[in-house]
Write a protein that binds this ligand. Structure first.
Ligand SMILES: [Zn+2]
Length: 133
């Protein structure tokens, strides 16, 4: 009975052009995007894609992140030899990140609500009389 149990999750890794760290602005090592489901205030499942970046500064101290950082430090880049190790470490780290994400989601919701209020106040802007000449 074969069967391809490869249906893990669709994790998209970007190693070539990782974004700047959202927390410290420094260079990150990689970006990972994965499907993410959470419950909103009305208990409905919301599905989206989360993107996380591995920052050598901010993520240090997390054992799974440390292991990943060590891999990059030692090997410099991914090869067929360390790909399996990397995948395992990556899965462990994402698991940690995912559990952390509950609070992040709440922050995000608050941030959006705040932005909405901000936009309402800004409605009158943009009508500058100076342009009429
Ligand atoms: Zn950082």
């Amino acid at each position: 009975m074969g069967g391809c149990g490869v249906s893990e999750e669709e994790i998209v890794l970007s190693l070539n052009d990782p974004p700047a760290c959202a927390q410290c602005g420094g260079l990150t090592l990689l970006k990972a995007e994965f499907p993410h489901t959470w419950k909103n205030a009305t208990e409905q499942d919301v599905t989206g894609v989360r993107a996380v970046a591995l920052c050598p500064e901010c993520d240090r101290g997390e054992p799974s992140a440390d292991a990943l950082l060590a891999l990059f430090t030692v090997d410099g880049q991914l090869s067929e030899q360390n790909l399996t190790v990397f995948t395992d470490l990556m899965a462990a780290w994402l698991d940690v990140v995912r559990h952390k994400s509950v609070d992040m989601e709440r922050l995000d919701a608050e941030h959006k609500a705040w932005l909405r209020g901000e936009l309402d106040n800004d409605e009158a802007d943009g009508l500058d009389g100076d342009a009429v000449r």
